[in-house]
Ligand binder design. Structure first.
Ligand SMILES: *Cc1c(COP(=O)(O)O)cnc(C)c1O
Length: 434
């Protein structure tokens, strides 16, 4: 990009969670391929965060591209009210086949946050027939569900995502995240707070939303899948809609196709996004079953009052169909386990560092939790000089690579994290926030 445009962008283009008054530095990307991002100055970076957790089969995956090219030539878009098309039917069939039993129906939307909005609206509408006083939600502390109004309201209020908007977003109920981590020994008492809260506020709680097994943006926390079984049982008992937000965990990231599978549960609603199109284009899906279909059918409106302009956009759906084909074209599970093994081997001894709180790996996610909040800008500058694109946040440094990454590139990511922490230990890198 020429200097004029770069300057114009710096002055006028918003970036995620940033300011226009004092924006953080940005890099000029011109091309992506596989696990690599090429910059305007010719440098190549390894995309160790799968471009915010979406590009699971690598950038520019040829199977996805060929599906999209075919679709683009025949029909890029057509409205969805009063019209059906093969990509919508075919993807619905495939999604209902691979998601947990009972999730037979699909509502297509544009992005993860919008999928969460739809899920919340569905739960309220379901309850409008069954338990009309229930219009609020229960969520876990440490959770993240998106940035639109409803999604933000069920995101941990302590996380900062919603703090500038207090008083605008509805107030919800929050309980502690499950205290037993993945791989630890389960104790049934952990779900007591959930039971007590449901018992106490049953006249108000329409639904319970959670990220199964991995809380992502809230700190890459892995908890015991047994909690999901308790959540399934208790929500059924109190006729509360269980929403599993699998926008980050869906499509194999943790080693199971969906994180709900670790517990063998079927939620009433499941939200999908991010990896749904292999990171090619924005698309989300809300999976539902009989309960929601009947609830909405018997509600006074009788219909679901939601209909995005670009609902079921054929081009986006073709990307999702391509991504599912890509998923079936190699042994993704073996890849995920292999990545996890390498990350474990390369990161685990960092736990001995005086700067590190904990190291944890699950599926193709490697997390180094630091003892203090990190300086994202300082860390990113060091890592990009190393040729690696990672995005530490809070007190978390993590690696979340495309499944197709080479061992060499993955080792480069973990090696750079090791170098970063070693540099901090020697006092050469001011990686913690002042
Ligand atoms: C990213 C994410 C969302 C929001 O998705 P967008 O496409 O960014 O709107 C919602 N829930 C979870 C668990 C996510 O990780």
């Amino acid at each position: 990009m020429n200097n004029f445009l770069q300057n114009f962008a710096r002055e006028h283009v918003w970036h995620p969670y940033d300011s226009l008054e004092s924006p953080i530095p940005v890099l000029d990307a011109v091309r992506t391929a596989g696990a690599r991002i090429t910059l305007g100055d010719g440098r190549e970076l390894i995309d160790g965060v799968s471009s915010w957790w979406s590009v699971c089969h690598g950038h520019g995956n040829p199977i996805i591209i060929s599906e999209m090219e075919k679709q683009l030539r025949s029909m890029s878009h057509v409205m969805f009210a009063g019209i059906i098309h093969e990509p919508a039917a075919e993807l619905a069939r495939k999604l209902s086949e691979i998601t947990p039993p009972g999730l037979s129906d699909v509502f297509y939307a544009d992005s993860g946050s919008v999928a969460v909005e739809i899920a919340l609206k569905m739960a309220v509408q379901y309850q409008s027939v069954r338990n009309p006083s229930r219009k609020r939600f229960l969520a876990l502390r440490g959770g993240y569900h998106g940035d639109t109004l409803g999604a933000m309201s069920v995101t941990d209020p302590g996380s900062g995502f919603s703090s500038p908007y207090t008083g605008y977003a509805p107030e919800q109920f929050f309980i502690s995240r499950p205290g037993i981590k993945f791989g630890e020994k389960w104790e049934p008492g952990v779900s007591d707070e959930l039971r007590d809260t449901l018992e106490r506020y049953q006249d108000e709680i329409a639904g319970f939303i959670l990220e199964p097994v991995m809380q992502g943006a809230g700190g890459m926390y892995f908890y015991h899948p047994e909690y999901l079984k308790a959540a399934r049982k208790l929500t059924a008992e109190y006729d509360v809609i269980l929403i599993c937000d699998e926008i980050a965990t869906g499509f194999g990231r943790l080693g199971e196709l969906f994180a709900s599978n670790f517990a063998g549960i079927s939620p009433d609603i499941m939200t999908l996004g991010k990896g749904l199109t292999g990171g090619m284009i924005s698309l989300s899906a809300v999976m539902t079953g009989r309960k929601i279909r009947e609830g909405i059918g018997y509600s006074s409106a009788r219909v679901m009052m939601h209909g995005p302009t670009f609902m079921a956009n054929p081009l986006a759906l073709s990307a999702a169909l391509g991504s599912l084909r890509a998923l079936g074209s190699y042994d993704w599970q073996a890849r995920v386990h292999h990545i996890g093994d390498l990350l474990r081997r390369e990161l685990c001894d960092l736990a001995a560092s005086p700067l590190v709180q904990e190291v944890r790996v699950l599926g193709a996610v490697g997390v180094v939790e630091m003892k203090r909040q990190v300086d994202t800008v300082v860390m990113q500058r060091f890592l990009t000089d190393e040729g690696v694109w990672l995005r530490p946040f809070g007190n978390i440094i993590y690696i979340y690579p495309p499944f197709v990454i080479s061992d060499e590139d993955l080792l480069k990511c973990s090696g750079s994290v090791r170098k970063l922490i070693a540099g901090m230990e020697r006092g050469e890198i001011a990686g913690f926030r002042a």
